[in-house]
Design a protein around this ligand. Structure first.
Ligand code: PFF
Length: 529
């Protein structure tokens, strides 16, 4: 163990190529958020008109903050807590806040992958029958009252254990042999499967009605602040930014890595996937509406878990060759979800490894086992669905937006690292950024994200959420955020046991010379606190 850990600290694993990094980053970004979350969010928030706030959010916050994550990770070469600590010691807390939040997401995200795995199998014989709602909440999840239940549902627990075993194996294999390899296989497979799914959806009778419903813009939605909030939240979750995960991924990049261009590829690939998912899902709903002799806007259950696990199975049962369609759809959820969850767990494991001086395998096992145990305890029971929805609401609309604001203000305004990070990105990348990047990250983003956060918190306090009892929201909603803050502080104050190499020097920019002769520019080094 000692030799592993000292070897690990001497030599940091890397992605073996830019393609490896890009595929892994796309794997993290493309997931349940694209296939399950986006179509419903877009439909609810103005349909075609939603694409405007969505693109604005992508360009003004998504891509700039993705670059900020990349810059921090690549320059300070560590998972979020250590990378931020290397900028300034107290900033470590922000790293832990991000990592704990990702951990929370992994706990329930795994449950949705497990459901998808079950539904993949159920597609063989359309096991959900005619009443898909009763099957999902009753027979399958056995949903009970909003309470904390300890009754385990084996049909959920078994696939959930399988998901966690797979996550554990990949993490133990490490960055190159595990995570990269899975993504190199799964992402092309996902793309092909997904393309087949969309093509099939587009050839269904009634598909064009669905597309009209999806793309017909409701311009008045653009004046509604809630629509803009939804667009920004979607972009954050979907691109996996401000979760500390992209900091960690970028830290495994080689020294000479074209960071901004990779970021653009990842961001546009992710959004293309998302829009394609909208097209596929709504073409299918057009078919459903036609079968029921109604219109898409009369259909119900077009968002969240209902869309994937109640509405979709119902359509699948009606369609010729539904079994194959079901396998493709749920197969895509499993593939996309799996490549995303391993990114989260890698971020958490790397942070724990660095802080506690563990070997890579020991950290991978510890983190996966703890996360799996919590996931099983909380989400394989009869209270899973409600708890999941509530935790998701708070983690994504409050936790992550807060994290992005604090990161931008801290790194750019307080620690004044904007120019250094800008210079770093520009010397390693071909797509050059200007001062506009700092402006977007430091001025615009905190302003509108701050407003969004204020609006969201106010609404949740005044109106509550989904008519759930206050004690329930205090436990699963506010309680989750409170717990993440407390654990982040505790993890910061625990003495650093790993060896944070005292001689660590951030990667200095490379001189612009022919690749073969590039030398580091030394000793123009910034002080590392
Ligand atoms: N981006 C993933 C999705 O769209 O499903 C979810 C996700 C992955 C969120 C990694 C956060 C994260 F750190």
């Amino acid at each position: 163990m000692t030799s592993t850990s000292s070897r690990a600290s001497r030599q940091r694993e890397t992605w073996t190529s830019s393609t490896g990094f890009i595929l892994a980053a796309i794997g993290s970004a493309v997931g349940l958020g694209n296939i399950w979350r986006f179509p419903g969010v877009a439909y609810e928030n103005g349909g075609g008109a939603f694409l405007i706030p969505y693109l604005v959010a992508l360009l003004t916050a998504g891509i700039p903050i993705l670059f900020l994550d990349y810059a921090i990770g690549h320059r300070y070469r560590a998972a979020a807590p250590l990378a931020l600590r290397r900028i300034a010691r107290p900033a470590e807390t922000l790293g832990w806040f991000q990592i704990c939040l990702s951990f929370v997401i992994a706990v329930y995200y795994a449950a949705v992958i497990a459901w998808s795995l079950s539904y993949f199998v159920f597609s063989f014989d359309l096991r959900w029958g005619d009443n898909t709602a009763a099957f999902f909440t009753g027979e399958y999840l056995q949903v009970g009252a909003p309470e904390i239940s300890s009754t385990v549902v084996p049909a959920v627990a078994i696939p959930l254990v399988l998901v966690w075993v797979a996550v554990l194996v990949v993490l133990v294999l490490g960055v190159t042999r595990g995570v990269q390899r899975v993504n190199v296989v799964f992402i092309p497979l996902l793309t092909v499967t997904f393309a087949a799914l969309v093509v099939r959806a587009l050839t269904l009778p009634g598909a064009s009605d669905g597309l009209n419903a999806f793309f017909t813009p409701n311009w008045s939605a653009l004046t509604d602040p809630a629509v803009w909030i939804a667009a920004y939240s979607q972009i954050f979750f979907s691109l996996s930014i401000a979760f500390g995960i992209m900091i960690t991924y970028a830290s495994y990049q080689r020294r000479k890595a074209n960071m901004t261009s990779s970021g653009l590829v990842v961001a546009f690939a992710n959004s293309s996937f998302e829009i394609l998912a909208g097209i596929g899902v709504f073409a299918t709903l057009g078919f459903m509406a036609q079968q029921a002799s109604t219109t898409v806007d009369q259909l119900e259950g077009l968002t969240g878990p209902t869309l994937s696990f109640i509405t979709f199975p119902a359509v699948i049962s009606q369609m010729p060759g539904g079994n194959v369609f079901g396998m493709l759809f749920f197969g895509c959820l499993v593939l996309g979800g799996f490549t995303s969850i391993i990114s989260i767990l890698l971020g958490v494991a790397a942070s724990v490894q660095e802080k506690f001086g563990l070997g890579q395998k020991a950290a991978a096992v510890t983190v996966s086992v703890i996360c799996a145990a919590l996931s099983l305890a909380l989400f394989s029971t009869t209270s899973a669905l409600l708890a999941l929805d509530t935790v998701d609401q708070w983690a994504n609309n409050i936790g992550i937006v807060f994290s992005a604001i604090v990161m931008a203000v801290l790194v750019i305004w307080v620690l004044r690292k904007g120019p250094t990070l800008l210079a770093h990105l520009n010397t390693v990348s071909t797509f050059r950024l200007g001062w506009w990047w700092i402006g977007l990250v430091a001025v615009l983003a905190p302003l509108y994200l701050g407003y969004m956060l204020y609006e969201r918190v106010r609404t949740l306090i005044v109106e509550g959420y989904e008519d759930l009892p206050q004690w329930y929201l205090n436990t699963f909603g506010w309680g989750t955020i409170g717990l993440v803050v407390v654990v982040a502080i505790l993890l910061t104050v625990i003495p650093w046991r790993g060896r944070d190499d005292p001689s660590f020097v951030p990667w200095p920019p490379l001189r612009e010379e022919p690749a073969s002769q590039q030398q580091p520019v030394l000793p123009e080094q910034e002080e590392v606190r």
